[in-house]
Design a protein around this ligand. Structure first.
Ligand SMILES: Nc1ncnc2c1ncn2[C@@H]1O[C@H](COP(=O)(O)OP(=O)(O)OP(=O)(O)O)[C@@H](O)[C@H]1O
Length: 369
């Protein structure tokens, strides 16, 4: 089986001129010539692999860039994948085979999701880093290997280390240089440049898709969104836009539709109305919990949490809860004709607590009474 190597990426393919991306490019530039281990960190879809491709492209190393995703290969196969095996080393090993360390000869070995590497293999990796030699499974012969090691993780390896899931000595070895790729929400000013670069990539990827131009109000909407799936989510969005916009430039309402923002808002508002109408009030003293489902019961039927958490996209509970809180407060104020007192009753909050929350979110109520 041929080793999975990836296309070289131009340094220029890393779009963005925010301070964070400028710094990232500078770090790639400085470190690429040296054969030191590099760890790239950052949330999923932020561009870690792109950094690794740029590091390899700029390194001048003659061999290939070989990628191994430690989370995608079953534990018991990962060792043979990395180290290779001799014929008969295990059931089914009918021929001998090189491993990825050997495939990366004079090139770069990229171990993605290194945080998922089992502890036993971490010990073996540490030894290879120290000796620059490997033994294929089923053989005691040591073979010299010449590779440059780059690893990536979206997990906090420090946390994993404290829980005993990652070796401290290996972490120090891997992180001679750490290049952090920040979430897209921390460099929102890069979005226009990213759209240009990614649209060109999509136009040239053989899919026949042509992302539409973006109007000013559409761009504002895109820059307001928090992109939990980072640049990958932006790319998916542009592919969706190319399919559904029928060549029309993207304005605010199309962007909202394609991001399903109105549906999310409607869902939350419907949930809120349902919840508010089921809160027993002073007038409705006789209401019992049997007659009206509690808000919790309404929430249990909501499958969006399962979908979001299973999607693999970065999810921030704090931001999500703040959005829900803000939505409840604004809707309660709307339903209460801006009366803070009545809105506070609807939300079962003290009036002073609601006022404090309104200040936090910058909400002003003219009909404050
Ligand atoms: N700065 C950028 N400029 C252009 N394209 C980018 C940039 N950052 C990311 N991309 C594109 O976004 C997609 C996701 O990036 P990438 O695969 O590098 O993310 P990742 O952090 O490695 O994700 P994961 O942790 O899920 O493996 C890719 O198609 C990549 O080309």
């Amino acid at each position: 089986m041929a080793a999975p190597s990836v296309q070289f990426t131009n340094f220029e393919a890393i779009a963005g001129s925010s301070p964070a991306v400028t710094q990232m490019r500078r770090e790639i530039d400085s470190v690429s010539q040296y054969n030191v281990n590099v760890l790239t960190t950052g949330p999923t879809g932020a561009g870690k692999e792109l950094v690794v491709q740029a590091l390899h492209a700029k390194s001048g190393r003659k061999g290939k860039l070989i990628c191994v995703n430690c989370a995608a290969i079953p534990r018991d196969l990962l060792e043979a994948e990395l180290f290779g095996h001799e014929k008969g080393a295990f059931t089914g090993a009918s021929t001998s085979r090189k491993g990825r360390f050997e495939d990366a000869a004079q090139g770069t070995l990229f171990l993605d999701e290194i945080g998922d590497m089992p502890l036993e293999l971490q010990a073996k990796l540490l030894r290879v880093i120290e000796t620059r030699k490997i033994s294929r499974l089923g053989s005691n012969a040591e073979r010299p290997v010449d590779f440059r090691l780059v690893c990536a993780t979206h997990k906090n390896l420090g946390d994993k280390l404290h829980r005993g899931g990652f070796r401290e000595d290996l972490l120090y070895r891997l992180s001679v240089v750490v290049i952090h790729v920040p979430p897209l929400s921390d460099r929102i000013q890069d979005i226009p440049e990213l759209i240009v670069e990614i649209s060109t990539q999509i136009e040239n990827d053989g899919s026949d898709l042509v992302p539409p131009p973006v109007e000013l109000d559409g761009m504002e909407e895109l820059m307001r969104y928090d992109w939990p799936g980072n640049v990958r989510e932006l790319k998916n969005f542009l592919q969706r836009a190319a399919i559904f916009s029928r060549g029309k430039p993207l304005n605010r309402s199309m962007v909202r539709r394609l991001l399903h923002l109105d549906e999310r808002r409607d869902e939350e508002q419907a949930f809120l109305r349902n919840a508010i109408h089921n809160i027993p009030t002073a007038v409705d003293q006789t209401t019992t919990s049997e007659q009206h489902p509690k808000p919790f019961e309404v929430e249990k039927s909501n499958t969006s949490a399962i979908q979001t958490l299973r999607s693999g996209q970065r999810f921030r509970l704090k931001t999500h809860l703040e959005n829900i809180e803000l939505n409840y407060i604004t809707t309660a104020l709307e339903l209460a004709d801006s009366s803070v007192t009545r809105a506070a009753q609807m939300l079962s909050l003290k009036r002073t607590t609601l006022i404090a929350k309104m200040r936090k979110y910058g909400i002003f109520s003219e009909a404050e009474n």
